[in-house]
Design a protein around this ligand. Structure first.
Ligand code: GLC
Ligand code: GLC
Length: 825
């Protein structure tokens, strides 16, 4: 069942009912000011840091789930409604929500009155602009009352939802003309305020929540709206809000347009106040309001936003026989990659924005998905991340976006972290050809006196693995690897201990983690990522160092076959007792997804690769995607940690973790199994799961982190209960990796050090496809023909009429357009 449809021409998803199976959200803003907005206008705004600069309030874990947002209320002679249906939930005569690239349009209609609200955050602007168009579609005059509503958050979102004894006494506002200013703590230590304005005269306002809503009412029946008036209240403590009030009369057929701005302003300390020393200096706010105070200016801002996205999405464009693939590649997957780049894992309807900072491994992987769109920001991000690295190659697992410092609370010793940086820096160089990043001086541990070249950072990353091997010569598992929930040194039996940071006393003397537990996943990642490091060294003419690194990779491949090959797939780990994990010998958790894809793509052994792909298909694949492990753990294994705390079928315990599904899609494509790769791709790609949105629940235009696996419900004797149900949408490495899987492995358009490689691995029944790709200043027009209906194999490559050996289109400086024709066979 669907709840809407894709409008590809406008790059929108059109939601046709407010009753979606979960709030379906969008993100506004790409630079400093961000808003989350659901299909019923729920959500909140913040500036840069979702925890420390929260502008509007949102309640987590709410009932119903999506309560609180920017709401417009209409009282039309006693009929009270919102354009987005919620929170009043009066049945509308018509409803539609269009989520587009950086904007959302919500339209509601009731009793011949139509209200269309467009929300967006303009480029280079710290505010959300909202245009409300009210139209009387009836044949007689209409007089009605209209309110805006937003609830201020007292800045630090964590403090705001806990420290009531203080916060109920600090809230402050100021009102001037049609603008309500939020200035809590501005008198003392804060240099920022927020405001909510409208480009018209108002008939009143409220800023005190209890006056507007009433003590015993809720968002769904505010007293002021019920009474058809406002209180002109001035908040002094308690919960400050902003509500404008207006009485409107429209003739038959007449429209009225109002433009609201919800803005954020930072002031220099010496310019905070007017001459009286207490009235806030509104200069900047007034300039912001002035910028968007007419429908014409609003339209111009929207046009700029569209142009911005035209540019970003114009870099890669494909035309395949599958509309759904085109839609994902050309629009939604790229859009999601940009959002994950901006937000990391901070703020979504599953991430509260008050939890973790930016993940080291997460941010590195995110780069793979968007580096072609904004390489400059990728470079900056890479340097920020590398600056938090430690001199021995170890890494803080997370860092804070405002300070850009490593987070000491979480610490380090996540065994896979350093490798992702080699991969992301390589991806950046392959995309841009900018080798100079390797010379950039980058601090260790944010200490400038310890700065060394980025190449040095990559070197210590590579050797951090080599220098930390266990008894079999496999990398030590440490606190966790990519799977945060396989914690082989934890042995935790006390509630509340964090599986990732708790140090068991028995490993204290050894440095905090077992020197026996080893990760086959990290070994496979090492053999997959390592050749990039070798390629870089070779390019720089450092042949000896390249050979030395290559020898380490070869050695690791041998160790994998000798000590980690289980007969039909690769094992997952050795635990701290030296026992196999992810082996046919295990009672549960006999096969894991994580090491398999990278092992296959490392060319360790052809026969092993074949067997592994067959085992994956047999043991892990389901109609909703590949489960992480099988069988699911049905009890707590103290030696494995968090993974076995989840009921079977969820999260890391045999859930369908879409992030690592992509690694198998890549691997199957790499191995020439284009049909198998495409099957796995279409099992999880949102454009395909749209058809079963009622089951899938989360947005049909973006990936979620997890889908309930075939074992979901097994714990309660209802196996398959939530099989196929999505969770944790939007902020996941899945976005980047599936972008890589479809564009670089299936469609095979893959930037390489020396040029653009084109080596598709597609479903055999495709006749081919075309694509355009902007790459290092040139436009590549790519045509793939598949007359013999194979999956993979470049039979001929013709570049501008000339036959070329292999499948890499060599990079030629100065060319503006390159025509590439490939025949498979
Ligand atoms: C989450 C984390 C990511 C981790 C994954 C598996 O997605 O953000 O870092 O690799 O879970 O545990
Ligand atoms: C990742 C995992 C989650 C785990 C968390 C711990 O987000 O997905 O299951 O609890 O990391 O940090």
């Amino acid at each position: 069942m669907k709840f809407g449809h894709f409008d590809d021409a406008n790059r929108e998803y059109v939601i046709e009912t407010p009753r979606t199976p979960y709030p379906w959200i969008n993100y506004l803003g790409t630079q400093g000011f961000f808003s989350l907005i659901s299909n019923t206008a729920g959500g909140y705004s913040f500036y840069k840091d979702a925890r420390l600069r929260r502008i509007t309030r949102y309640r987590y874990n709410n009932v119903p789930i999506d309560m609180g947002g920017r709401y417009f209320y209409i009282n039309d002679n006693g009929t009270i409604w919102n354009p987005g249906w919620s929170p009043v939930k009066t049945e509308l005569d018509a409803y539609e929500c269009r989520h587009g690239m950086g904007y959302t349009i919500i339209t509601g209609k009731k009793n011949n009155l139509k209200a269309q609200v467009t929300f967006f955050v303009p480029q280079d602007y710290d505010g959300e602009v909202q245009q409300v168009v009210l139209t009387n579609e009836g044949s007689s005059d209409k007089t009605f009352k209209f309110w805006s509503f937003a609830e201020w958050c007292l800045w630090d979102a964590q403090d705001d939802c806990t420290n009531f004894q203080r916060n109920f006494s600090t809230g402050r506002v100021e009102i001037k003309d049609s603008t309500i200013y939020h200035k809590t703590e501005y008198r003392d230590r804060r240099n920022h305020y927020a405001f909510y304005s409208v480009n018209d005269k108002i008939d009143g306002y409220d800023t005190d929540r209890d006056t507007f809503i009433g003590l015993y009412n809720g968002f769904h029946n505010p007293q002021a709206v019920l009474d058809g008036k406002c209180g002109n209240s001035l908040a002094d403590g308690w919960s400050p809000i902003a509500s404008h009030f207006k009485e409107i009369t429209l003739k038959a057929g007449e429209s009225k347009t109002l433009v609201f701005v919800l803005g954020y302003v930072e002031m220099p300390v010496d310019k905070k106040f007017e001459a009286d020393g207490k009235t806030i200096n509104k200069e900047k706010a007034l300039a912001m309001i002035e910028k968007y105070n007419t429908p014409e200016k609003f339209a111009a801002g929207m046009k700029e936003l569209r142009a911005y996205w035209d540019k970003l999405l114009g870099i890669l464009n494909v035309n395949t026989p599958e509309d759904k693939v085109n839609r994902m590649v050309n629009i939604w997957n790229q859009y999601q990659c940009m959002v994950t780049f901006n937000l990391s894992r901070s703020a979504s309807y599953f991430e509260s924005g008050i939890g973790r900072g930016m993940g080291f491994r997460d941010s590195n992987q995110d780069i793979l998905g968007f580096v072609h769109q904004i390489p400059d920001r990728a470079r900056e991000r890479l340097i920020d991340i590398a600056s938090t690295q430690l001199e021995d190659g170890g890494c803080y697992h997370q860092y804070q976006p405002l300070t850009k410092k490593g987070n000491a609370d979480i610490g380090g010793d996540f065994s896979d972290d350093p490798l992702w940086m080699i991969l992301s820096v390589s991806a950046y160089i392959k995309e841009t050809g900018d080798w100079s990043i390797l010379d950039a001086k980058v601090p260790y541990d944010n200490d400038e006196s310890k700065a060394k070249s980025m190449l040095d950072h990559l070197t210590v990353s590579f050797y951090h693995i080599v220098n930390n091997l266990g008894p079999h010569g496999l990398p030590l598992a440490m606190r966790a690897d990519w799977n945060d929930c396989i914690n082989l040194s934890c042995f935790s039996d006390t509630p509340g201990e964090s599986f990732q940071t708790y140090t068991n006393p028995k490993f204290k003397a050894e440095g905090g983690y077992s020197k026996v537990a080893e990760s086959v996943f990290v070994a496979a990642l090492f053999t997959y990522v390592g050749p990039n490091f070798v390629g870089i060294l070779n390019h720089l003419g450092k042949k000896d160092e390249a050979a030395k690194a290559q020898a380490e990779i070869d050695k690791m491949k041998k160790v994998m076959m000798d000590s980690a090959w289980d007969g039909n797939w690769f094992m997952r780990a050795y635990d701290a007792n030296g026992q196999k994990m992810g082996s046919k010998e295990c009672e549960e958790g006999q096969i894991f997804i994580e090491p398999q894809g990278f092992a296959i793509m490392s060319d360790i052994d052809k026969d092993a690769a074949k067997k592994t792909l067959a085992a994956i298909d047999e043991r892990l694949n389901t109609k909703h995607g590949l489960v992480l492990n099988n069988p699911a753990f049905s009890k707590y294994y103290i030696q494995y940690g968090e993974i076995s705390t989840y009921p079977g079928g969820y999260k890391e315990n045999a859930g369908i973790f879409t992030h690592n599904n992509a690694w198998i899609i890549c691997a199957a494509a790499y191995a020439g199994e284009g049909d198998q790769a495409f099957k796995y791709y279409s099992e999880i790609a949102p454009a395909y799961t749209e058809e079963t949105s009622d089951l899938h629940k989360t947005e049909p235009y973006v990936y979620g982190q997890m889908i309930g696996g075939k074992d979901a419900g097994s714990d309660i004797g209802q196996t398959e209960k939530n099989f196929g149900q999505g969770k944790n949408s939007w902020l996941t490495g899945t976005a980047a990796w599936n972008m890589v899987a479809i564009s670089q492995y299936i469609l095979g358009i893959q930037p390489d050090f020396d040029g653009l490689k084109v080596d598709p691995s597609i479903p055999a029944n495709w006749d081919g496809f075309t694509a355009t790709r902007l790459f290092r200043g040139a436009k590549y027009n790519i045509t793939i023909k598949n007359p013999s209906h194979v999956c993979k194999g470049v039979k001929s490559l013709v570049v501008d009429g000339q036959a070329v050996e292999g499948c890499v289109v060599p990079f030629v400086e100065g060319k503006k357009e390159v025509n590439v024709e490939i025949t498979l066979g």
